[in-house]
Write a protein that binds this ligand. Structure first.
Ligand SMILES: Cc1cc2nc3c(=O)[nH]c(=O)nc-3n(C[C@H](O)[C@H](O)[C@H](O)COP(=O)(O)O)c2cc1C
Length: 133
């Protein structure tokens, strides 16, 4: 069992001046860097809104969240939940899984949740999404 695991989930909105094709670059960079930093998680994008869940060692997660928060490719970065992860990693095998959501209602619904309810909702949605590990 890993010690001092931490997790964080947020939503944000792609910047109006940014082409959605940038998401491919984000995923490629994330997979390389996250593997080095032992971060795992998932990014869901619906063409407008992002929801990302990241987990790993506490300081690694917090500093990555700070970097992501400052990324000009998105705005309205809103943390829905962060805190210790007592039950082990949920995405142990995924340096950054990616899912494109076709449902415009899905991420707005999730972004209204706070706390672990947001994490559980995201996890519950994954089987219905087209995931790319
Ligand atoms: C929605 C979104 C999600 C991102 N997720 C990650 C991630 O999981 N890991 C990561 O390293 N960078 C992620 N990035 C990119 C970082 O903001 C940053 O550009 C990248 O880490 C490269 O940073 P560097 O050039 O300072 O090394 C994400 C960016 C956006 C807009």
């Amino acid at each position: 069992m890993e010690l001092d695991l931490y997790h964080l989930i947020y939503t944000s909105i792609i910047d109006a001046d940014v082409n959605p094709s940038c998401v491919g670059d984000i995923i490629r960079t994330s997979r390389v860097k996250n593997r080095l930093d032992e971060i795992t998680g998932v990014l869901v994008f619906d063409g407008w809104r992002f929801c990302q869940y990241i987990e790993g060692e506490r300081e690694a997660v917090r500093s990555l969240a700070q970097i992501i928060c400052e990324d000009v490719r998105h705005t309205q970065f809103t943390v829905l939940h962060e805190g210790p992860l007592d039950s082990g990693r949920m995405f142990a095998d995924w340096s950054m899984a990616y899912a494109l959501s076709q449902d415009d209602e899905l991420l707005p619904g999730l972004s209204s949740l706070r706390g672990l309810a947001a994490v559980h909702r995201l996890h519950g949605l994954l089987p219905s999404l087209d995931m790319e590990p």
